[in-house]
Design a protein around this ligand. Structure first.
Ligand code: PLP
Ligand code: COI
Length: 339
């Protein structure tokens, strides 16, 4: 019997029973293996270790009131992993293999899906790595695709309570023509120093600006940024941010709520005009932001003056989570049931 205090879960790793693995060798994918080991055996010259040839994904499964398990928009994660693989010359994972792995790993870890009402969910982490040996800077000719799961609570300890974030100029997460639009490990390595410093200085996350001109909002650490002003949902258009599936879904919901969606450059000056701002992603869902500090000028932008998330962010959050947990009709076919 497992013994987890679901309500106290944070966003972290909890050991589960199984993970699944599949190897790409001799130009083809092999069979999908179920494993109870938490480790992988890897060649010391694997390209993932030396040259960062690796990509990952993050998606969630939710337990509904009806006892059914719902996965949110997995096809979009499969497509994004495909783009990441192509972007750094790895063997792409076919959509059927992604789906097979997903269903298998969830079914074999059913006991780890947090119960309805706990607010927690099952985070699914697909990982694709160059496992073949190279010493020259070249793509591997062997790959390993792994999928593991872990039950999680909120990404930021504040949950849906507003957080403070910090604008940084002395670090970039990704270059305009780099790999910021792909979910590859190097972007996260590049974001660590700014992220850890932000935490140490009392902020939930760093807010990166566009690397070239430092004039526009790029990404809020591991999440996309959005602002609400005058009936508009505004989110950055940038080649260096990850196209967030949560953000894409919020844009649909915002349109349905009668908001006008704008995807365009957002200047720092505009931060003063927003009525609400937030960070969004699979892990965070929506994290309302109450304060943005410009670390260089000390300028402060404040929101949520009553200490609570604004009405539009709240409605977007409740609608998205309602669909994910099965309390609100899934009009857009975002949910796949796993039985
Ligand atoms: N931006 C970055 C850098 C991320 O790592 C993530 C997480 O996947 C997101 C945004 C949010 O994307 P999604 O909503 O698809 O999880
Ligand atoms: C997300 O899934 O939203 C993420 O930001 C993933 C993160 C833990 C790297």
């Amino acid at each position: 019997m497992i013994n987890i205090d679901w309500k106290k879960l944070v966003f972290g790793y909890t050991k589960t029973n199984y993970n699944v693995r599949c190897y790409y060798r001799d130009g083809k994918w092999g069979s999908l293996e179920l494993s109870s080991s938490e480790t992988i055996n890897i060649h010391i010259a694997a390209t993932a270790l030396h040259y960062g040839q690796e990509a990952f994904e993050g998606l969630k499964a939710f337990m509904g009131k009806d006892g059914k398990v719902r996965v949110f928009r997995w096809e979009e994660n499969a497509k994004r992993l495909h783009r990441s693989a192509e972007g750094i010359l790895m063997a792409p994972v076919p959509e059927e293999l992604f789906q097979k792995a997903l269903f298998k790993v969830i079914k074999h870890n059913k006991d780890f899906i947090p119960p309805y009402g706990s607010g927690a969910s099952l985070y699914i982490r697909p990982l694709l790595i160059g496992s073949g040996a190279q010493v020259g800077v070249k793509p591997a000719n062997e790959y390993l695709f792994v999928m593991f799961v872990t039950p999680v609570g909120p990404y930021f300890k504040e949950g849906f309570n507003p957080v403070d974030i910090q604008i940084v100029r002395d670090f970039d997460r990704a270059a305009p023509l780099g790999t910021g639009h792909l979910k590859v490990g190097g972007n996260y390595a590049a974001s660590l120093r700014a992220g850890v410093r932000a935490h140490d200085e009392g902020f939930a996350s760093a807010l990166f600006l566009d690397a070239k001109t430092k004039t526009y909002i790029d990404e809020a650490g591991p999440a996309n940024f959005f602002g609400i002003a005058n009936g508009k949902y505004i989110t950055p258009d940038s080649t260096s941010i990850l196209p967030s599936i949560t953000n894409m879904s919020l844009q649909t919901l915002a349109t349905e709520m009668g908001l006008h969606v704008e995807k365009r450059h957002i200047t720092l000056e505009e931060l003063a005009q927003f009525e609400e701002v937030g960070a969004c992603g699979t892990a965070a869902v929506i994290s309302p932001i109450k304060k943005i500090l410009d670390r260089d000028s000390n300028r402060v932008f404040e929101y949520c003056k009553d200490g609570k998330a604004g009405p539009i962010s709240t409605k977007l959050y409740q609608t998205l989570q309602g669909i994910q947990f099965g309390d609100i009709e899934d009009k857009y076919n975002w949910i796949t049931f796993v039985d």
